[in-house]
Design a protein around this ligand. Structure first.
Ligand code: GDP
Ligand code: MN
Length: 362
């Protein structure tokens, strides 16, 4: 689960990390009133589940309440990486002497959490990692021992916050030193492990469903595991392992999967309808591939879902279906009655779906 900067800052604050004050505005008038309350220069910041807001024009300095209002007018409703800005954070502007990066992330490779620091903070850390990897793992900035002590304490507090909320990522970029010899976190990013949420109702309460990616939100609400990718073969599979194997096979036959989608073990027709709605909403999808191994999942449920989905939504994308296992014969019959053919061999159906994706659109 993603949370907003202002929410991550609340978590940081509760772990003692120095963060500037700030409040949320949903209208330009609210932003203006907050700027008046804080006095002096404020920063108006888009609250969306995406980084790079500064570059996208979603972070603006405002020297007066009327400037704050104008900044909020421009930022509210703006699209950043496909997400619409519904609220802004208004925060007194910090005086920046230097910008560093501090992050803690779950690293699958080393099966542990890793701390990353860089004196080249403030810009895309991915870009620094790609173009100047040697700049990461250095904190040469803190020559002043007093500042170094403050920074070290913040890294420990960040790790405590990361553990406390079941985070997979906790980032401060930039961590600044201000003119007043103070270290301050002026940006905050956290990703929370969905599997940790069952035990953390106060963190779950931070979910902003309206700010979520629409496809991911729909998938979560329907109980599907869905990850969007950038290929053109829409995949609908039951079981995470089979879904991975299916994506590998799509690649093997020269195609490119549009998504990972696991409809889960016991799949009702409704889940299949939701899956098809999500897949067909992706404009890149050129063919749809069903790969179902019926165990607990009943093939006839999946077949009914496919039929029901074509009744509810207009699908003009070709579909290749393979199903085998529980209630396979019933499924084949249901599909046949509605003009669909079903295959039984996984390699055949994957090749067919890849072929269909590369054919010119009808
Ligand atoms: P991001 O672009 O989404 O990572 O948003 P940030 O919160 O990191 O803001 C982007 C950039 O705006 C920062 O790297 C700073 O250079 C600048 N910025 C953000 N807050 C302040 C502030 O309080 N004062 C000043 N002077 N600049 C700021
Ligand atoms: Mn940032």
């Amino acid at each position: 689960m993603n949370i907003h900067e202002y929410q991550a800052k609340e978590i940081f604050r509760s772990h003692g990390i120095p963060v500037p004050p700030g409040r949320i505005a949903r209208t330009p008038e609210e932003a203006e009133a907050l700027a008046r309350e804080y006095g002096g220069t404020v920063v108006v910041k888009a609250q969306v589940h995406a980084g790079g807001r500064g570059k996208a024009g979603g972070v603006k300095l405002a020297e007066s309440p009327s400037e704050a209002r104008a900044a909020a007018e421009r930022i509210l409703g703006m699209q950043i990486k496909g997400l619409t800005v519904g609220q802004v954070l208004v925060t007194p502007s910090a005086d920046i002497a230097s910008e560093a990066y501090v992050g803690i992330a779950m690293d699958r490779g080393s099966q542990s959490s890793v701390v990353m620091v860089s004196a080249e903070g403030g810009i895309d850390i991915e870009e620094v990692a790609a173009t100047n990897p040697a700049a990461i793992h250095k904190l040469s900035l803190y020559a002043d021992p007093q500042l170094a002590r403050q920074a070290a304490k913040i890294i420990l507090q960040l790790y405590e916050a990361y553990l406390a909320v079941g985070a997979t990522l906790a980032e401060i970029n930039p961590l600044i030193t201000s003119g007043e010899e103070e270290v301050l976190a002026i940006d905050a990013k956290m990703n929370i492990d969905d599997n940790a949420l069952f035990n953390l109702p106060e963190v779950e309460a931070m979910r902003d469903a309206e700010a979520e990616d629409p496809a991911e939100r729909k998938a979560r609400e329907a109980g599907l595991s869905y990850i969007k990718l950038d290929g053109d073969v829409g995949c609908c599979v039951n079981g995470a392992g089979l879904a991975m194997a299916t994506m590998d096979l799509v690649k093997h036959y020269g195609g490119s999967p549009a998504n990972f989608l696991d409809i889960g073990g016991s799949s009702s027709p409704d889940k299949v309808v939701a899956a098809l709605e999500i897949i067909t909403a992706d404009p890149n999808v050129r063919s749809i591939l069903f790969n179902i191994f019926g165990g607990i999942t009943r093939c006839d449920d999946v077949a009914n879902g496919i039929v029901e989905a074509t009744r509810r939504i207009d699908i003009d994308i070709p579909i290749a279906i393979r199903l085998t296992g529980t209630n396979e014969d019933e499924a084949v019959e249901i599909l046949r009655e509605h003009g669909f053919a079903a295959m039984t061999d996984m390699e055949d159906v994957v090749q067919r779906a890849v072929e269909l994706a590369s054919e010119p659109a009808a």
